[in-house]
Design a binder for this molecule. Sequence first.
Ligand code: CP
Ligand code: NVA
Length: 294
Amino acid sequence: MSLLDISGEEFRNLITRAIELKAMVRAGTIYEPLKNKTLAMVFEKSSTRTRVSFETGMVQFGGSAIFLSPRDTQLGRGEPVEDSARVLSRMVDVIMVRTYAHETLELFATHSRVPVINGLSDLFHPCQLLADMQTYFEHRGDIGGKTVAWIGDGNNMCHSYINAAHLLGFKLRIASPAGYQPRPHLIQAKQAGIELFEDPAEAARNADLVVTDVWASMGQEDENHQRSLAFRNYQVDSRLMALAAPNAVFMHCLPAHRGEEVSADVIDGSQSVVWDEAENRLHAQKALLEFLLT
Ligand code: CP
Ligand code: NVA
């Protein structure tokens, strides 16, 4: 449901394993630990990366994946979440769910006999953090003790960065406009390494990793105008990146809006690792599937 379901040690092990699995794919090694296993993927919201990475991961592991959307399942016609969870989990071996309300995901998991993976909810996006952290480790080594600047909305991604900071021991500086800060109760008690700012420049100063995300997440489309006003000074551009550490990297979970939360020269520039980050969804989630099922 969230990164806090694993320990810091398990998180580091998943990253190590993801890096190994990636090397195996590159070497053409066939490794099929999930032969005859099935993943069901329930999407209440759109997806490109999450769907393709999970589906490809299952194929590479010798299993298969079923894409389910409310538009063409009984979920969309009002079959209760509990009943859907009971039925699906009697047939498949693992289920990934992308929802609006986090409570829907929890309800689903409560009634499932098999592991349920959070493929993004309004509250968290833990799978993206597996990929982001793998990417940081590959480019710069262990993130423990480093400084991460989160610029923008205190959203599901920001909440998962808060959890990752707790588990992996990095400092997190969050710059958000008033009214768009992360939910305070999601910051762990005694989590000293988290600082909240309004000024993006203060958060970015000497950061080792600069991260941002869209100003309006899925489900917030009708707030677009008001959000673009609130966030107009929160673009990650080359001026902001210049304040970060000289070898800082830039990440964005994608999809991105060039000219809004990030300038084109930053996302397409030399400090950006967004394409590795996107690819690593595949490898990190394979590590997660292997961890949960074998
Ligand atoms: N980053 C991410 O989760 O992308 P999708 O919405 O395309 O799955
Ligand atoms: N915060 C974004 C992430 C998309 C992957 C959203 O929830 O829409």
